[in-house]
Design a protein around this ligand. Structure first.
Ligand code: NI
Length: 178
């Protein structure tokens, strides 16, 4: 397993539309393992493959308090939505930025699991938000796209300042790219 580099907004590679996974093979399973290690180390509660520069439709999520409930969604699709909710979202690709976003309260999602089997599940609350946020990544969307133009400009300025301050960290040095 390896910790991967996470692309940082406004990296244009975050705008790519991820391709469906054709077969859940050893390469995909290795990707999932590396993504999990990357997400847990960050730490974050969700990660899309596109964020580690792999444009395939794979997302992972763990909303538990103790990193004990890894969920894997391959080729995820939202097939039903209900209600509205808004929570403060953050993103590993947009460091230190948090803002409320309107999402569906409850969703039904269809995907493949790590065994390559089709499953369908209903999600509410934080898990529902997280799935919607990660599927957005697969479609080249970042949560700041939902904010006003003015807020987006402020975020860009802040990230540029952060980038100037940044020094290579241990995790960045250890990172590999798939
Ligand atoms: Ni994100």
């Amino acid at each position: 397993m390896a910790v991967l580099d996470i692309l940082v907004y406004p990296d244009p590679r975050l705008r790519e539309i991820a391709e469906p996974v054709v077969r859940v093979d050893d390469g995909i399973l290795a990707l999932v393992d590396d993504m999990a290690e990357t997400m847990y180390q960050a730490p974050g509660i969700g990660l899309a493959a596109i964020q580690v520069n792999v444009p395939q439709r794979v997302i992972i999520i763990d909303v538990s308090k103790d990193q004990s409930e890894l969920r894997v969604f391959i080729n995820p699709q939202i097939v039903a939505r209900e209600g509205n909710q808004e929570i403060e979202e953050g993103c590993l690709s947009v460091p230190e930025v948090f803002a409320p976003v309107q999402r569906s309260e409850s969703i039904v999602v269809r995907a493949l699991n790590r065994e390559g089997e089709r499953f369908e599940t209903r999600a509410e609350g934080l898990l529902s938000v997280c799935i919607q946020h990660e599927i957005d990544h697969l479609d080249g969307k970042v949560f700041v796209d939902y904010l006003s133009r003015l807020k987006q400009e402020r975020i860009l300025k802040r990230l540029q300042k952060q980038a100037k301050r940044a020094v290579p960290t241990a995790s960045a040095q250890d990172a590999v790219t798939l």
